[in-house]
Design a protein around this ligand. Structure first.
Ligand SMILES: [Ca+2]
Ligand SMILES: [Ca+2]
Length: 540
């Protein structure tokens, strides 16, 4: 029903051949099929994930800060969008020097967000709805306020003296990363008067790196994972996980770090149906995160598209987009799963990445939702939420403004003063105003997610990049034993006509989303696409 409404709104139901009720492609009970796909260990391949900044999602008590009871109260809204799983950015106690990526207690809840009982209530409420919850696990470093660091810094002989990376000088011959890879600030070594030594921090000085050369650190952090798995979380998103170990000559993803990840995977595998998703620091190739395909991460973010589509659309050329997906399809081990994004808490809002061109955002989302993998929507992306201009923590706050649920002044987020001012154009980018508008971004997202729902082909079917005689056209086909689709995106600002190779025997294309026409004769397709459009054609 939803899809039919969306299609008629897009003007796609008027040419007969592509109606969802077409007897050649009979409708099925997609909700029932989704329930089956989302049960069992492969659930994550079929789930639509939603990245939540708890601080900005929903305030329940008027203090202007989003919290866990607020999030729980919005689960039905997220489920109505088509969300199956949540990724919560850090929820642990923190001095908030890095928005929670500076953890002061691995086994607690940030009191701004609620109590442990509120988190347990969220888990229960999500699971009761068939939704999963994964949380951010930040293992490379702690906050300098963590009890482990307070003990470690006290002197050179305490039981945790070697839990962090200490040096007598602001350098270390065994750790070249101090000069190569300073992410935030002028030096990776910070002087500490208590020990009259320097400690290593890859990020802010308030984020000392843990020393994974210590077996006790390995054991303690694996116990952190067990603590949350015992609570019932469905998995972890692992922050900058490649950076756990340092060495004299390599600041990359060391074998020692991969060995640790294999241990973490074994812990996770002790529990049924739990998953790990990696934040790769290699932005263009996540292959090394998958190991053999079943011994490291279940998923890794595909940043080669997710963080570069702005440039790729800007070039009006599909080559780089096709190449990054081709790399994943041919180079990653069997079993690997892309986590498909078009944004996150670390980069600009999709609206800005699209340079204000809503059609670019829509076409990027179309690729995100139809290539092989599991989509992760960053909260507010489905509304085309705009950037803010205020800064509380750092520049990335521009993409971390409070969620817009309804009209002002509090936009349904808070009855008080929001901790961070709302983004621009809030009156047109809130859920209430978009929900009733079939032309809105929210309605577009619902149609995309409706097309995925219950169809295994998107999450686990085969994918193949198609050869096209026009440099501005992205084309791929997706297929399994049950269904076949051709996805085409015109990445240019002009209408295109093109030929594409379809050696798989597709026939009788029926458009199920978007605009444009595709006719097939033999092994050749003839494509005609309006400017700035994409389309999905079903061919079986
Ligand atoms: Ca609150
Ligand atoms: Ca490290």
């Amino acid at each position: 029903m939803l899809l039919a409404l969306a299609l008629s709104a897009l003007g796609c139901g008027d040419d007969g051949a592509d109606r969802p009720s077409d007897p050649v492609f009979p409708e099925r009970d997609w909700e029932a099929e989704a329930d089956l796909l989302l049960a069992g260990p492969d659930w994550y391949r079929h789930a639509v994930f939603y990245e939540v900044y708890v601080r900005s999602l929903q305030d329940s008590d008027g203090d202007g800060i989003g919290d866990l009871p607020g999030l729980t109260s919005r689960l039905d809204d997220l489920r109505a969008l088509g969300v199956d799983a949540l990724w919560l950015m850090p929820i642990m106690p923190t001095p908030f020097k890095d928005s929670g990526y500076d953890v002061a207690d691995y086994e607690g809840i940030n009191p701004d967000y609620g109590a442990m009982s509120d988190f347990e209530a969220l888990l229960d409420a999500a699971h009761a709805r068939g939704m999963r919850v994964i949380i951010d696990l930040v293992l490379n470093h702690t906050s300098s306020e963590h009890a482990w660091f307070q003990e470690s810094r006290a002197d050179k002989t305490n039981p945790k003296a070697d839990w962090y990376v200490w040096s007598d000088t602001p350098s270390d011959p065994n750790n070249s990363c101090g000069t190569q890879n300073v992410v935030f600030g002028p030096s990776a070594w910070e002087y500490d008067a208590g020990r009259d030594q320097y400690y290593f921090h890859r990020f802010y000085p308030e984020q000392p790196d843990l020393n994974y050369e210590s077996p006790e650190v390995v054991a303690a952090t694996l116990d952190v994972a067990r603590f949350w798995l015992d609570k019932g979380v469905d998995g972890f998103r692992c922050d900058v996980i490649s950076l756990l170990y340092e060495s004299a000559d390599d600041c990359g993803f060391l074998d020692k770090t991969k060995a640790y990840i294999k241990q973490l995977r074994q812990v996770v595998d002790e529990y049924p149906d739990r998953v790990l998703v990696a934040e790769p620091t290699n932005l263009t190739d996540a292959k090394s995160y998958f190991g053999s395909g079943n011994d490291q991460f279940h998923m890794a973010f595909h940043f080669g598209f997710g963080y570069f589509w702005s440039l790729q659309f800007g070039s009006q050329n599909a080559a780089a987009t096709l190449a990054t997906f081709q790399n994943a399809l041919t180079e990653y081990p069997a079993g690997s799963q892309d986590a498909l994004v078009i944004g996150s808490h670390d980069v600009v809002r999709a609206f800005d990445a699209a340079q204000g061109d809503e059609s670019r955002h829509r076409r990027a989302a179309l690729i995100q939702m139809t290539m092989r993998g599991s989509p992760f929507i960053y909260y507010g992306e489905e509304l085309g939420m705009r950037s803010g201009t205020a800064k509380v923590v750092d520049f990335r706050d521009s993409a971390r403004t409070p969620m817009l649920w309804s009209g002002g002044p509090g936009y349904g987020f808070t009855t008080g003063t929001p901790w961070l001012p709302f983004g621009a154009d809030a009156d047109s980018t809130n859920l209430e105003v978009q929900q009733g508008d079939p032309a809105s971004m929210h309605s577009y997202y619902r149609s995309l997610l409706g097309l995925r729902r219950g169809r295994a082909v998107w999450g686990s079917g085969d994918a193949e990049i198609l050869s096209v005689d026009h440099a501005g056209v992205f084309a791929a086909r997706r297929f399994d034993a049950d269904q076949r689709y051709v996805v085409v995106v015109n990445m240019t600002d002009d209408p295109v006509s093109a030929k594409l190779a379809l050696p798989g025997g597709e026939s009788r294309p029926g458009r199920v989303l978007g605009q444009g026409t595709l006719t097939i004769e033999g092994e050749a397709g003839t494509l005609s696409m309006p400017a700035r459009q994409g389309a999905v054609f079903r061919t079986k």
